[in-house]
Design a protein around this ligand. Structure first.
Ligand code: PLP
Length: 450
């Protein structure tokens, strides 16, 4: 549709009449009508262009409309659109091979799903069947998806309305030095105390009843808390000691986001199960999955795996994954994300933190950064209270509006904005976005008490 005023009105009218939106009070939202997108930009029907610093929901790791991926989807559509999961299909085989080659250690078998939550559901099911145990441990500062087991594992407030006490989930605190639950003052202390806390949680829950520990390698939506050196290795050790399945959720952190194919590579840890989605094909066609270790795969060598999905390993989604992984490798997109983190985004954010009274901390790696906004740098009081709504959230709402007004589409969660652009954003575009962010932060500065 041409981006005319009439076209915009039609899109908005049908949206308001018939589309039921996620996580929203339907009458209190006004979704932007988007007319098109390319690379790191999208635009509306009124001619406003936005630099996408959110990568949608942190999934368009190769930006919008990558020509190689668009062509691969078109070619696959012309050849074979769909086939049930029970058949062997060339693109599905190839996607599984390319993913398994990149996942750490012996995670060599891939169970495909349509997205991240289903990947987490199936990882938990596999862990329970493999161990014969029921309980699953996860952290408070986490998001794992919005289906039954995944939303119960989730630590953030999106869990509250769907919490079922019978889900068998126990939450614990992960490491986060800036807001240390352990009153630690150094990364080493935080690491040691977080591991001691997890060991205590395991001991008091009963190690023989725990099927899995599920962690985001680098927690994403909850605040991009890069784990201290030694933490993930310590969790691995606890899992080994008690026969607990270690699940790393790389739905957001995987496929280049942290400057490695998978974030686990930074700390040289291999989980027993690894969940992925989003960046696997930048969300061009819904796809997720679980990469499975040799030992867990063996459990289902002669015993049927009791789980499946009509669209598991959908040919269009797999063709998009094959083309995405190919483009990322050919164009050095993972290395580019690492370069952005080290030489462009990291240094610029450090400098922004110096100048703005509202910036309490910046942290991250690759194309995966959080800017923690505070009222007061000394007390670290968040710019808005945890899970604030309405008037309490006004400072963040004003900051968000200032970004959009300037042509920057930000990722915002509670008192944080995340700098999570496409992993192939150019240096010039990244700098442009950082300058717009710098300017918008003056709005947040006005709400500081300093
Ligand atoms: N796990 C993590 C770490 C995520 O960030 C998300 C989504 O943001 C999910 C799981 C859920 O993925 P999906 O929305 O594709 O179900």
């Amino acid at each position: 549709t041409a981006p005319t005023a009439a076209a915009k009105d039609a899109v908005k009218a049908a949206d308001r009449a018939h589309v039921f939106h996620s996580w929203s009070a339907q009458k209190l939202i006004d979704p932007l009508a988007v007319a098109g997108a390319e690379g790191s930009y999208f635009w509306d029907y009124d001619g406003n262009r936005y630099l996408d610093f959110s990568s949608q929901l942190v999934n368009t790791n190769i930006g919008h409309q990558h020509p190689k991926v668009v062509a691969a989807i078109q070619e696959q559509a012309a050849k074979l659109c769909t086939l049930a999961p029970g058949f062997a299909v060339d693109v599905r085989s190839e996607a599984a091979r390319l993913i398994a080659e990149r996942t750490p250690g012996d995670l060599d078998k891939i169970f495909f799903t349509n997205g991240g939550a289903e990947a987490v559901e199936n990882a938990v099911r596999m862990a329970r069947l493999h161990t014969g145990r029921q309980k699953v441990l996860s952290t408070y500062r986490s998001y794992h998806g919005a289906t039954a087991a995944a939303i119960n594992l989730t630590g953030d407030p999106r869990r509250w309305p769907s919490d079922t006490a019978s889900a068998g989930v126990v939450h614990f605190w992960g490491p986060f030095l800036y807001r240390s639950p352990f009153h630690a003052t150094t990364e080493a202390e935080e690491c040691e105390r977080a591991l001691a806390h997890l060991a205590d949680t395991i001991a008091f829950e009963g190690p023989q009843s725990i099927a899995a520990i599920v962690l985001e390698t680098v927690p994403g939506t909850a605040g991009i808390m890069v784990p201290p050196a030694g933490y993930l290795a310590g969790v691995r050790e606890l899992c080994d000691r008690y026969g607990i399945v270690f699940v790393l959720d790389e739905v957001m952190a995987g496929f280049g986001r942290t400057g490695k194919w998978f974030a686990a590579e930074h700390w040289d840890v291999t989980p027993d199960l690894l969940t992925f989605a989003k960046g696997v094909n930048s969300g061009y066609v819904p796809l997720g999955g679980v990469a499975i270790s040799g030992a867990i795969a063996e459990t289902f060598d002669t015993r049927p795996y009791p789980g499946g999905l009509t669209y598991s390993g959908h040919p269009l989604a797999c063709a998009a994954a094959v083309a995405t992984i190919g483009a990322m490798a050919e164009e050095g997109i993972v290395e580019h994300a690492a370069h952005l983190g080290e030489n462009v985004i990291g240094p610029a954010l450090a400098e922004i933190a110096e100048r703005h009274p509202s910036v309490g901390e910046v942290r991250g790696l690759g194309a995966f950064w959080a800017v923690e906004l505070v009222r007061d740098k000394e007390t670290r009081e968040p710019l808005v209270p945890y899970n604030a709504g309405g008037a309490d959230n006004a400072p963040m709402a004003e900051f968000t509006a200032a970004c959009k007004q300037a042509g920057l589409w930000p990722f915002v969660n509670m008192n944080r904005t995340h700098v999570v652009p496409a992993c192939n954003i150019t240096e010039a575009e990244a700098k442009e976005g950082l300058a717009l962010l710098d300017e918008a932060l003056t709005v947040a500065d006005r709400h500081t008490t300093a």
